[in-house]
Design a protein around this ligand. Structure first.
Ligand SMILES: Nc1ncnc2c1ncn2[C@@H]1O[C@H](COP(=O)(O)OP(=O)(O)OP(=O)(O)O)[C@@H](O)[C@H]1O
Ligand SMILES: [Mg+2]
Length: 383
């Protein structure tokens, strides 16, 4: 381990002999390690309740709670702390019992300071390795979950776009037939038929439902047909302006503030403007919908390596934790029949995956949501 890391070690030195503690503390300090001190097992446990520690150097023979009992409590309550025991030179059995109870190692008194420092470093190294291992495990679990989510969405996507495609034809026929029935019903020969109004209402209901179903199939199929050849330099800033232009009425009605924190130079990507416009439209309309009057939307961009990150943040209603895992699913919506289909974010996710980008979300109920879109600056598929 690097000696430069010595000052990061949080060490607690526990010994009832004041003189011994002072000398060891001074010598450790000279080597860049500044320990906390405790004069008994009780004091040691009190300190551990308040201060996070990495390594405890613990005298075995102490009045009150013995070193071994203190060790047992430490190992039970603070799994990650490594303990080095200090035993009298005739009491090797204490050391062995200590190791059985989970001590990292033991040293016999009188202690050779460099030997102690080496042991402390070794113990700290183990802690660091374990932390790294833990982090890697967490990272892997997160990655796996993301992969499963993505795979699930991809297969749902394939299935639902397939269905959308199949449904388009019958929908067109239903719509045409409804229109034809309306036409016949409006002719003079039908002017006196009984319950004409009820029939007309029924046809209009059919037309309204067909319209909604078409909206769904168009959302699903809208981006599928687009070819790679449509890639060009996309200026995210002007696309955002364009998209807001389409939503001007809602923004004015709700008196929404837009905060622009966009770096003029960091918002150009080589991508498909048509698809990105759809992504922005879907995300911004969600943000506007989530806001009450006088709410605000903050837009910012930044660059990370070869990616541009666009952040769309609103201070609206927020998304409950239990919904966060579902919002990218097709047809998940908390909106009423007239307000939403639940396809907006699903399509956003699908488009961004197709463009080698991605999306992340953080949200707190009552405080707002933040969607982060990642887009590669260049077309990675062409090298
Ligand atoms: N900015 C946001 N703030 C709060 N909730 C949001 C936000 N964006 C999405 N949601 C939640 O995620 C759900 C799914 O969003 P999504 O855009 O996929 O569908 P939708 O908006 O309900 O319908 P549409 O298909 O018309 O977009 C929403 O119903 C809403 O509950
Ligand atoms: Mg939406």
């Amino acid at each position: 381990m690097n000696r430069l890391d010595d000052d990061k070690i949080r060490l607690l030195l526990v010994d009832d002999e004041d003189g011994f503690r002072k000398i060891i503390t001074k010598r450790l300090a000279k080597r860049g390690i500044n320990p906390f001190q405790a004069a008994s097992g009780e004091e040691c446990l009190n300190i551990l309740e308040k201060e996070p520690m990495d390594v405890v150097v613990l005298d075995v023979k102490m009045p009150g709670i013995s070193g071994i009992d203190t060790l047992k409590v430490i190992k039970q309550e603070y799994e990650k702390i490594q303990v080095i025991l200090l035993t009298g030179n005739v009491a090797v059995t204490d050391g062995i019992e200590g190791i059985k109870s989970g001590a990292f190692d033991y040293l016999t008194k009188p202690v050779e300071i460099d030997h102690l420092v080496n042991k402390i470093r070794q113990a700290f190294e183990i802690i660091c390795l374990e932390e790294e291992k833990q982090k890697e495990l967490e990272y892997r679990a997160k990655l796996e979950k993301k992969m499963i989510d993505t795979e699930r969405l991809i297969s749902l996507g394939t299935m639902s776009t397939g269905i959308a495609h199949e449904i388009n034809n019958p929908l067109a026929i239903i719509n045409e037939s409804a229109g034809f029935m309306k036409y016949i019903l409006s002719s003079s020969e039908m002017s006196n038929i009984p319950r004409k109004d009820a029939l007309m209402m029924g046809i209009e209901k059919i037309e309204k439902s067909v319209k909604r179903a078409s909206l769904i199939t168009h959302q699903l199929l809208g981006h599928v047909k687009k070819q790679k050849s449509l890639l060009s330099n996309v200026d995210i800033l002007s696309l955002l302006h364009e998209t807001f232009g389409l939503m001007e009425k809602d923004i004015k009605d709700k008196q929404i503030n837009i905060n622009w924190e966009i770096d003029n130079e960091k918002n150009i990507v080589w991508s498909d403007p048509y698809q990105i416009r759809q992504v922005l439209m879907n995300l911004l309309s969600n943000a506007v919908h989530a806001l009450k009057e006088n709410g605000s939307i903050t837009l910012s961009t930044r660059e990370i390596d070869d990616d541009i990150i666009l952040e769309i943040k609103d201070n609206g209603v927020g998304i409950p934790r239990e919904n966060l895992g579902k919002i990218f699913d097709p047809f998940f919506t908390t909106k009423s029949f007239d307000e939403g289909t639940g396809l907006g974010l699903f399509v956003v996710h699908k488009i961004l995956s197709g463009l080698n980008g991605g999306i992340d979300v953080t949200s707190t109920v009552g405080k707002g949501s933040c969607f982060q879109i990642r887009l590669p600056k260049y077309d990675k598929s062409n090298g």
